[in-house]
Design a protein around this ligand. Structure first.
Ligand SMILES: *Cc1c(COP(=O)(O)O)cnc(C)c1O
Length: 494
């Protein structure tokens, strides 16, 4: 049995389903498992399984209060023909690496890997725990979580979903995806601020006791679809195990061989899932954390100091435009030796001064991490190079990872087989991707650019893009950061 408790000292132990329902611990901390169980199937056995079966074998170890029937039915409902490939997460070889394509779901970013199952895990959790309140999913998005969560929760009985996105901080396609969302239980709001403002605002609403009471009186309770929810994190561990076992099945590696994993990182959720996969026994050497110009994590790995006091830069990889990487708190907790008091004190320093410094002892426990960053110019050049040399089209986020990996490999001489998490379809960031491979094309319309990109690359336009081209705009609300609470209350009272 794995139980969950807060990174900040609240000693109460929660089951997995309780932690998924709550999202965030009452003291503002994140839920962490009391221990990380090892895989109980051999890598060879897992290599013989399909995505769903691997998902079950991994998730059963961490979501221990779900029955086998419950878990399998959640998995079956999630990983079905919403994905445009039966493999769910196929791999492509290019540029001395394996690109693990995590963008074949309904909203064409890797967020679908977890958010297509989270609504099922959550409604199952509500049933198990005899919750009769309506569950209100409150989410901040840097662009991709919002749409994936909306798609997952739209018209799910017993739930409503509210998404806050930075009004000027997402790509045109991302924005169109969100503002055209259907479903009577959905509400999308642009804020005049950046992602950090949105995320901090949402965390405040979660921690607001009075608002919590108001919710209770109205038969409502909050939960989160952000990667702070362990119901996001656990499904993300699956695809790293899956990737390894595919390489094994295709005889590109032998069982037990080490691999490296490169992850384009923002909120530190995706790479944290890889860290947990490693702790579960997956043979992983380096975890390479790739940042864009908002390189707060690169600096952290280099110096041991986390310092968000810097300019927030809008880049062509907006889903990584983040200076407060929430999930890093879980890693901090673990490298403190699972010491919640130490972790809380560092998080208090972060809240008060925007920075903290870890001890040498903690730094030693980070030796499997390698940080790198890729600036705007190199990101576009990487898209161009990989398309030019291999005919393989990647998006801007994946290009940050590929650019960092190229530098790492050249600098270290490390030629360990490497998996790069490919986190979005190039069609989600059409403007930037097209600018990299056809800089002379002129249009103000991202859908025209999608046509052009498809004409050149012969990669078909995903239906997720075609379907929203002429869709009705249903969400026009915009608010200031300090209006988030009243906006939420107005929607819930309506
Ligand atoms: C969310 C996102 C990331 C960053 O993932 P984190 O888990 O926040 O580190 C990278 N790329 C894309 C396309 C994303 O949507």
């Amino acid at each position: 049995m794995v139980t969950y408790s807060s990174t900040r000292g609240d000693k109460h132990k929660y089951t997995a389903s309780e932690a998924i329902l709550q999202g965030l611990a009452p003291d503002g901390g994140l839920f962490v498992p009391d221990h990380v169980p090892g895989l109980d199937r051999s890598l060879e056995e897992l290599a013989g399984m399909d995505y769903r079966s691997v998902a079950y074998e991994v998730m059963k170890l961490l979501l221990t209060d779900y029955t086998e029937e419950e878990l399998r039915s959640c998995i079956d409902a999630a990983y079905d023909d919403k994905f445009d490939t039966g493999e769910i997460a196929p791999m492509a070889e290019a540029a001395d690496a394996y690109f693990l394509e995590l963008y074949h779901g309904a909203t064409i970013a890797f967020k679908d890997m977890a958010l297509s199952i989270l609504p099922h895990l959550m409604t199952t959790a509500a049933r198990k725990n005899k919750i009769h309140n309506e569950i209100v999913i409150l989410t901040a998005t840097s662009g991709d979580t919002g749409k994936a969560a909306l798609a997952g929760f739209a018209d799910v009985p017993g739930t409503r979903i509210i998404v806050f996105y930075p009004k000027d901080g997402v790509s045109p396609i991302q924005k169109q995806q969100m503002v055209t969302q259907t479903g009577n239980n959905t509400f999308v709001v642009g804020i005049n601020g950046n992602f950090d403002n949105a995320q901090t605002g949402v965390k405040k609403l979660f921690a607001d006791k009075e608002l919590g009471e108001w919710m209770g009186e109205h038969g409502l309770q909050f939960s989160s679809a952000n990667s702070i929810n362990i119901g996001r994190l656990v499904p993300q561990i699956v695809y790293y195990v899956y990737a390894y076992t595919r390489l094994l099945k295709e005889e590109r590696i032998k069982s037990g061989d080490l691999i490296n994993i490169v992850v384009p990182t923002g909120n530190f959720g995706n790479i944290l899932a890889a860290y947990y996969a490693r702790r579960m026994g997956l043979p992983v050497a380096k975890l390479i954390c790739a940042s864009n110009e908002n390189k707060v994590l690169f600096d952290f790995f280099k110096t041991g100091t986390y310092d968000r006091n810097r300019e927030f830069i809008l880049t062509s990889s907006p889903s990584m435009d983040i200076l407060i990487s929430s999930n890093l708190e879980r890693l901090i907790y673990h490298i403190c030796g699972d010491d919640a008091d130490k972790c809380r004190s560092l998080m208090e320093q972060l809240a008060a001064s925007g920075r903290y410094e870890i001890t040498d002892e903690m730094r030693e426990r980070l030796d499997m991490f390698e940080g790198g960053f890729c600036d705007e110019k190199k990101t576009l050049r990487t898209i161009e190079d990989i398309y030019g040399s291999y005919g393989y089209l990647i998006d801007t986020h994946t290009a940050v990872a590929a650019g960092v990996y190229a530098d790492y490999r050249a600098g270290s001489g490390d030629d360990t087989p490497t998996v790069i998490a490919s986190t979005a379809s190039p069609y989600k960031f059409t403007g930037s991707v097209l600018a990299a491979i056809d800089p002379d094309y002129r249009s103000d319309d991202d859908f025209d650019k999608a046509d052009r990109l498809s004409e050149i690359s012969k990669v078909p336009i995903p239906s997720a893009v075609k379907d929203i081209r002429n869709a009705e705009i249903r969400h026009k609300t915009v608010c200031e950061i300090d209006e988030m609470e009243s906006v939420v209350k107005n929607f819930l009272e309506a």
